[in-house]
Write a protein that binds this ligand. Sequence first.
Ligand code: CP
Ligand code: NVA
Length: 298
Amino acid sequence: MKHLLSLESLPAGDMAEILALTKTIKAMRNHPAEHPLRNQCWGMIFSKSSTRTRVSFEVGIRELGGDALFLSANDIQLGRGEPIKDTARVMGRMLHGAVIRTFAQQDVEDFARYSNIPTINALTDDEHPCQILADLFTIQEKLGTYGGKTVTFIGDGACNVSRSWIWAASKLNFQLRIASPKPFQPSPELIARAGGNIVVTDDVVAAVSGADVLYTDVWVSMGLEREAEYRLAQLAGYQINAELLKKAAPGALAMHCLPAYRGKEITDEVVEGHADTIFTEAENRLHVQKAIITWLLK
Ligand code: CP
Ligand code: NVA
């Protein structure tokens, strides 16, 4: 039984296989040769808000020939305290696969274990693996390859998106630089455990110098709203703006997993100037989700 629970646990060869499948699936979108989810119903259990992940999985599952059941955690007994392992054992007897967005990474791991159906992490507090696979695919499309490139993540370097970037960089051939103020840097233990070509600094200009991709994410991740004021103050100098972009390599990409808060982590000018990259990145979520599911069923 295969799952996609994290990039930490996904071997480099599997990442490459998913990216290769994505290319075929994207090219064949209007002429699909196979419907591997025919007669299958997948559940999407979400405890946090979502636009891109929800729509891309719902559309993707349908395009693969299956049905998708969206289950807001608030509407099922999970939200009233039913344990994840009981929820998993019930759903595993009815559904053919599950896509889960929640807080604790352990909940996704437990769901996979107790449900015994293919399970996908659609974002936890620790990781956002599907997003970074879509980002890598987008870099390949726009720059030809991620191999040998430098990706600079600017902002909350300890968040789920940054952490999935760390695990991608630990296994694939590119340099990751993380520019964050000290309280928002990933722990040295995590960086040591990951290995790979990763630099962590609070010097945003040095981190951006000559980089091929400037990447950011929201400063206040879901579930951390109570820290909003502190985070906005601490991260104020870590914005992707036109001035900072000038220090990157010529033709550098500006990327954002979205949703974007203009005037905070990125300016309106940069979002609009790089809209083709940023919204292709969003569209690629669909093609990658279909590739992930196809890969899980192999
Ligand atoms: N990037 C991303 O996961 O977007 P959503 O929160 O809208 O799903
Ligand atoms: N770090 C963000 C990602 C949103 C897609 C969050 O967890 O809210």
